[in-house]
Design a protein. Structure first.
Length: 385
């Protein structure tokens, strides 16, 4: 097991009817800015609950944060924070809203060009506004980590940053808030959480038995409840398991002391930046090809994955690996998520431009061994047509 430090200060409030907890979690003298995305939080009553819970505090609102939060939109929120002397932020939504709120929290305390936060992957952040979250979509784990991804529309750049200054102070996780979500968003959440686990688990062995078993349990849970969440009427137990699995997938626990990959995510960002594709859909397209092409460097863990997650115990090593990758693709497809570029109308002649963007953004040595070169990324795109 690798050396590590693990600290997660986010206070989780989990369960039904927990939005009223805001009254004790948000400072009573706070000037609050509520950030959210579209109108779903208004239609399903969550925003009304939030406003009621805030009571007589001074609160303001900023809506319109996109599914891939844009730098341009978020800088307008920063202006509002400064104009209205906001002291506390409250994200109401899924991972994109929470990611965007993290950027606003950091940028509001940063005096220079806020794009520097992304350019330096967060290293320039020395302070941030405190914020909390009311989660309405299980997917990214942003409700319990210090990571954020922001897109700059003007340059089609999707960039990420991380800083311990942007851990949420608290997150309220009420599984019933996911009951009104459409199947596509639910499926995206399952794929996103599943791939988060894989990026930290399917690398190479370091005798991290605790982390491996946690990761395998999360994957099996997602395989069990994912189809129920997407295809069956909402039930509390499945939504609760899904919500907690997605949170645990990226709160630092299973990634402590193990090598991590993230090549699938970083290559997939180019599909989102250029074609506006849902983040989870890029993962479903690229992950099976990424595992297949990089099978030699991942061989030991792929065999472990085949046996422990998919219960594949017969056949040669290569046959077991092939079957595990096929089952992974079939799982995504069973959720209604297409796993080929052609399924989204993206032709083979788009690959040159995607590889050029990877080069422009410095994504030339990715993965746990830094061996995912531009040529490997090209092979992954080609295998994903």
């Amino acid at each position: 097991m690798l050396n590590f430090e693990f600290h997660n200060p986010t206070h989780i409030v989990f369960g039904k009817d927990t939005v009223p907890s805001l009254n004790r979690l948000v400072p009573h003298d706070a000037r609050v800015l509520i950030l959210y995305g579209g109108q779903s939080a208004e239609r399903n009553g969550t925003l009304a609950e939030v406003r009621q819970a805030l009571g007589d505090r001074a609160w303001y609102e900023f809506g319109g944060i996109e599914p891939n939060p844009s730098f341009e939109t978020l800088t307008r929120a920063v202006e509002q924070v400064r104009t209205q002397n906001i002291s506390f932020l409250l994200a109401v939504g899924g991972g994109s809203v929470i990611d965007g709120t993290k950027f606003v929290a950091a940028a509001a305390k940063y005096a220079d060009d806020p794009w520097r936060i992304l350019e330096t992957v967060g290293s320039v952040i020395e302070d941030a506004l405190p914020f909390g979250a009311v989660l309405t979509l299980s997917a990214t784990g942003s409700e319990m980590n210090f990571n954020s991804v922001v897109t700059r529309k003007a340059t089609q750049t999707k960039a990420f940053f991380a800083s311990p200054h942007v851990f949420p102070k608290f997150s309220i996780l009420d599984p019933t808030k996911t009951y009104t979500l459409p199947p596509q968003q639910l499926a995206n959440g399952v794929v996103d959480a599943f791939t988060h686990v894989v990026e930290q688990y399917l690398t190479y062995p370091v005798e991290a038995r605790v982390q491996d078993r946690f990761a395998e349990g999360l994957l099996q849970t997602l395989i069990e409840v994912g189809p129920k969440v997407v295809h069956e009427p909402a039930d509390y137990d499945s939504r609760a398991s899904m919500m907690w699995a997605a949170t645990m997938a990226l709160n630092g626990l299973i990634g402590a002391g193990v090598p991590q990959d993230w090549a699938t995510h970083l290559v997939g960002h180019e599909l989102t930046a250029q074609f506006g594709m849902d983040h989870a859909r890029t993962l479903a397209i690229l992950l099976p090809s990424m595992l297949s092409i990089r099978r030699e460097s991942k061989r030991a863990k792929l065999i472990q994955y085949a046996e422990r997650v998919w219960h594949i115990t017969t056949g040669s090593e290569d046959e077991r690996i092939d079957q595990a990758i096929r089952k992974t693709r079939a799982f995504f497809e069973s959720l209604g998520v297409k796993t080929r570029l052609s399924g989204y109308g993206i032709p083979a002649d788009a690959i040159d431009g995607l590889v050029q963007q990877l080069q422009a953004h410095g994504m030339t040595q990715l993965g746990e061994h830094s061996d995912v070169t531009l040529e490997i990324s090209r092979q992954v795109f080609e295998a994903s047509i």
